[in-house]
Design a protein around this ligand. Structure first.
Ligand SMILES: Cc1cc2nc3c(=O)[nH]c(=O)nc-3n(C[C@H](O)[C@H](O)[C@H](O)COP(=O)(O)OP(=O)(O)OC[C@H]3O[C@@H](n4cnc5c(N)ncnc54)[C@H](O)[C@@H]3O)c2cc1C
Length: 369
């Protein structure tokens, strides 16, 4: 069939293995300095980077053990990088000022924005630098953290909807706020207790991506604090290079402080079907068949959303098993190699060695989404 030729399916896999990636905002491995030194004809003068560092003046740069502990660990529980300080921003300006301070310093320091810290390999850490605790911004938004709006389409024949969301907001809160208007984002992660800035700095993939693409394909616009500490609004049409660099950019190209997320009317009812397979080939073929119905407007197309991870989290937390190392790995496998992967990895390694604890998620994807 023609449709079969057009679709290029790729499988995204989430398995328990190790990936090693090093991320932090800026790549300079310089020690954090809390002072800056200038020299004039009277000799060197040393001044603190944040001379007015206290809550009243807007900065809240902390180096107490609780803050440092939080910022030097993550969900993966395999990497530990201790920062010199943690910034609890009370405004977007605090973030801009911190980045400018680093730029103006003779020894710039590392800066990493941190959402929920659900990364696996220290991506939100900043050794000897400053971690920006994005979630601190939540308390300072004064009701502007999630704002739902609609506009007429260019043709004037209908409306399109969106939510302006702070980078520090959780997807679960975005879901609740948009549902109040009968709307919802279209592309999700399976687990919703992640920040908008955090998943947009990755990709945001789940069982909805085959139809709508990943979350980064469903953003109209971003407000970003750049590496120079400048506030820039960007989209696919305006400052597009920055827009595409920041989406999926792991905090390397700027800090997302607002994202305009695509919304569509939320379904009022859904039908959930669970099917069990014992034959991998049949399972893979059915997945491929089902995701061929993938037009956004197609009423017969399948949708998919479930927050099955949250219930697992609560159960593991109650057993003290949530804080263990999580050596996860995400892989994209081309359709042409999935059978081979099944034989070599699932059958020959996982089943033969009986290492079957923990889930393996297999998402069929359309690469053109
Ligand atoms: C239980 C669990 C389930 C998951 N399920 C899925 C899933 O279904 N699909 C999926 O795609 N992923 C999933 N993930 C992975 C998840 O999307 C990433 O780990 C994501 O980074 C977590 O968001 P966070 O808010 O914790 O970000 P963090 O781990 O805090 O940060 C992630 C990266 O983004 C950067 N960053 C954070 N905030 C900002 C910002 N505002 N601006 C710029 N950069 C920023 C950080 O510096 C870091 O590089 C899951 C993770 C866990 C732990």
């Amino acid at each position: 069939m023609a449709a079969e030729n057009v679709l290029i399916q790729t499988y995204a896999m989430f398995v328990f293995l190790i990936s090693r990636l090093i991320f932090s905002f800026g790549n300079k491995s310089k020690p954090w300095i809390s002072t800056t030194t200038t020299t004039n004809n009277k000799g060197p003068t040393t001044t603190p980077l944040f001379p007015n560092n206290n809550k009243e003046n807007g900065y809240n740069l902390r180096n107490d053990s609780e803050a440092l502990e939080m910022a030097s660990s993550d969900y993966g529980n395999m990497v530990r990088e201790i920062p010199a300080a943690v910034l609890d921003p009370s405004s977007i300006n605090d973030i801009a000022n911190l980045i400018k301070s680093s730029n103006n310093s003779s020894t710039p320091f590392r800066i990493a924005p941190r959402g929920q810290g659900h990364s696996i390999r220290g991506q939100a850490m900043a050794k000897n630098g400053v971690v920006i605790n994005m979630t601190a911004l939540k308390g300072h938004r004064n009701g502007t953290g999630i704002v739902v709006s609609g506009n007429r389409t260019a043709s004037g024949s209908g409306y399109y909807y969106y939510a302006d969301v702070g980078g520090e907001q959780l997807w679960i809160d975005v879901l609740h706020a948009t549902l109040e208007h009968g709307l919802s984002p279209v592309s999700w992660t399976d687990y919703l207790y992640l920040t908008v800035g955090g998943t947009l700095s990755n990709a945001g993939i789940s069982g909805t991506a085959f139809r709508y693409g990943p979350q980064i394909s469903n953003v109209y616009e971003l407000d970003v604090i750049t590496g120079k500490g400048e506030f820039v609004t960007c989209s696919a049409h305006k400052n597009s290079e920055l827009f595409h660099a920041v989406l999926g950019g792991l905090g390397q190209f700027g800090v997302i402080v607002r994202a305009r997320i695509v919304l569509e009317p939320a379904p009022k009812r859904v039908k959930w079907v669970r099917m069990l397979y014992t034959n991998f080939s049949e399972f893979a073929e059915d997945q491929e068949r089902l995701i061929k119905m993938n037009d956004r407007k197609d009423k017969n197309a399948l949708d998919y959303l479930e927050d099955r991870v949250r219930s697992g989290e609560l159960k593991l937390q109650s057993q003290g098993l949530w804080e263990v190392p999580h050596p996860w790995l995400n892989l994209f496998i081309p359709k042409s190699r999935i059978e081979e992967f099944n034989a070599a990895v699932f059958k020959d390694i996982v089943l033969k060695r009986n290492i079957t604890t923990g889930p393996v998620l297999l998402y069929p994807m359309n690469r053109n989404k």
